[in-house]
Design a protein around this ligand. Structure first.
Ligand code: GN1
Ligand code: MG
Length: 345
């Protein structure tokens, strides 16, 4: 199978193929020979129903960034003969290829405040660079992706359809989701005030591992994994950074008594992000920016819990209670965020 894919992108048979472990969604391999160094990636079509939309968005973003001076260069898409952006294997799977940026590396885990600051600055600059790109040129690769009202409805449906025994096992978590109901209510308020809260093109997956660093000087090269880059509200990117980098434990750790909120890292993220983005945001967005982490952490707990109730149809799991454990972890982190900066009246 791999050979067909390699042939499709003109990768020679004697290339060195290394699987790249990243994320919960796509399968990626690095292929290297004397002439080429590229990433082959299988698109997860359960998640991304329209793989061509991913590729077209990528091209649009790539070309838009090319026109800007002195900004990061994102990896180039490798096209097939006759300019095709995707390869569809006989087994129905879709594959694509990117150039591998030489001498780059990613962090799995944030280690210091300086990198957190720079990563946040990078994601903010990315949105800023795309601020003059018309929304009509970007396709919604996952409709309602960070739409908290929609996520709440999905949760309610999953709850209605779940087996009693499954529900009983996560009764506490279900209760907490309802307890923090004011968060989806605040989201509803945001969406009902279009003058005060606008949309911007956001990355929507701002993990530290989605940033390439230069191995020589440790400077940031560019953000990668642009599949969910599309219009969204002010909280998405900052919120996901706080959620994913501000927690001292991995998002599926069960050692909850050891969980700590890393306030220095969160402050660095906040500064790096808000310094760059504030001029673009409305006064209301700037006021509510510090609560981005609460919204995203709640949304992630909701998504993991929904998937657990649905018996794990979306996220990859290593054991049956994996999504339940992820939910507990995210709810604990939400609790720490609330204690750190109390939600206003
Ligand atoms: C998924 O696979 P990864 O890490 O890029 C998910 C994100 C979640 C994340 C939680 C398309 O991202 O929204 O925050 O898992 N991406 C999609 O680990 O659903
Ligand atoms: Mg991703």
């Amino acid at each position: 199978m791999m050979k067909d894919v390699m042939d499709a992108f003109n990768v020679s048979d004697n290339s060195k193929v290394i699987p790249i472990k990243q994320g919960l969604i796509n399968q990626t391999y690095r292929c290297t020979d004397e002439n080429n160094d590229l990433l082959l990636q299988q698109v997860n079509t359960n998640v991304f129903k329209n793989p061509l939309a991913l590729q077209e968005n990528y091209n649009t973003i790539y070309e838009h960034l090319q026109q800007k001076k002195n900004v990061f260069q994102i990896p180039k898409l490798i096209k097939r003969i006759n300019n095709e952006l995707l390869y569809r294997h006989d087994d129905g799977n879709y594959w694509r290829a990117f150039s591998y940026i030489a001498n780059s590396f990613t962090f799995e885990k944030i280690t210091n405040e300086q990198s957190a600051f720079e990563a946040a600055q990078c994601y903010a600059r990315f949105s800023a660079q795309l601020a003059d790109l018309s929304f009509t040129l970007i396709q919604y690769t996952i409709p309602h992706f960070h739409d908290l009202s929609f996520r709440f409805r999905q949760f309610e449906e999953a709850l209605a359809g779940a087996e009693l025994s499954v529900k009983k096992g996560v009764a506490n978590e279900i209760e907490k989701i309802f307890h923090h109901r004011y968060i989806p209510e605040f989201y509803h308020f945001i969406t009902s005030q279009p003058q005060r809260f606008r949309k911007y093109i956001m990355h929507h997956d701002c993990k530290i591992s989605n940033i390439l660093f230069d191995a020589t000087n440790n400077k940031i090269v560019c953000p990668v994994d642009l599949d969910t880059t599309m219009p969204g509200y002010f909280f998405s990117d900052l919120g996901d950074m706080i959620r994913s980098m501000g927690n001292n434990l991995p998002e599926d750790s069960t050692r909850l008594e050891e969980m700590q909120l890393n306030s220095e890292i969160i402050q660095a993220i906040f500064e790096g992000y808000s310094n760059e983005i504030s001029p673009y945001f409305t006064p209301d967005e700037n006021t509510w920016l510090p609560f981005s982490g609460h919204i995203l952490t709640y949304m992630q707990a909701l998504r993991f819990l929904t998937d657990h109730l649905n018996k794990n149809i979306y996220y990859q799991v290593n054991y049956p209670l994996h999504n339940a454990d992820r939910t507990k972890n995210q709810l604990q982190f939400l609790q720490l965020l609330l204690q750190w900066k109390p939600w206003p009246e």
